[in-house]
Design a protein around this ligand. Structure first.
Ligand code: HEC
Length: 172
């Protein structure tokens, strides 16, 4: 029944994210290069928010380790909960920025983000239940979710994750 709760939460965050606008984007299936262009096309203000969000996620991931290896489940749950609740949309976006985000980035970005929030919710849940093994499992799923989204959308920041296609199109 707890899993259902988490699913509900994850679903709610998807709905929250998805509701205000429709996605007017022509999505090409595996266009990592186009995805990168979409990110690069975001306005400077929005990109700055995205960056600080990412920095916060990164420090969350790093501070989970000492808590995890010392069995401080309360702290793991606390950090995972913050990561689950942190989203760029929770910051003070104007209506235009919200609209921009939804119309500039492909729908798949939303599902990658949703997967990420699902795993942080599961991590929080596993920590609350003091399940060391599951905490390790969901931590690694979470890290995979970072890599997966970066491979698709952040090749410009992390060239080592670039698919050949992106590398070819983004050599400056
Ligand atoms: C839904 C997609 C998505 C997920 C999930 C995601 N990222 Fe990112 N991340 C991006 C994008 C896109 C950029 C590049 C932003 C830009 O160039 O403006 C980025 C950039 C970054 C950066 C560089 C920020 C900067 O500008 O200095 C860091 C650090 C980072 N991510 C960490 C993480 C970590 C850690 C996780 C997982 C816990 C994660 N990200 C999950 C999409 C994602």
């Amino acid at each position: 029944m707890k899993i259902i709760d988490t699913l509900k939460l994850a679903f709610t965050s998807l709905v929250l994210f998805a509701s205000p606008c429709s996605y007017g984007v022509d999505v090409h299936a595996d266009g990592a290069a186009e995805n990168v262009s979409a990110v690069e096309a975001l306005s400077p203000a929005l990109r700055k928010l995205l960056s600080s969000e990412m920095q916060a996620l990164q420090s969350g991931m790093m501070s989970i380790i000492p808590a995890y290896v010392s069995g401080d489940w309360g702290e793991v749950a606390h950090i995972a909960g913050q990561m689950k609740n942190s989203y760029i949309l929770k910051q003070n976006l104007t209506d235009e920025q919200m609209h921009e985000l939804h119309t500039t980035l492909p729908v798949d970005f939303v599902s990658q983000d949703q997967k990420f929030h699902y795993y942080s919710g599961m991590l929080e849940h596993a920590a609350k239940n003091r399940k060391a093994e599951l905490v390790g499992f969901y931590y690694s799923r979470l890290a995979e979710a970072c890599v997966s989204c970066h491979t698709q959308y952040a090749g410009h920041k992390f060239p080592a994750l670039d698919s050949g296609e992106v590398a070819a199109e983004h050599k400056h």
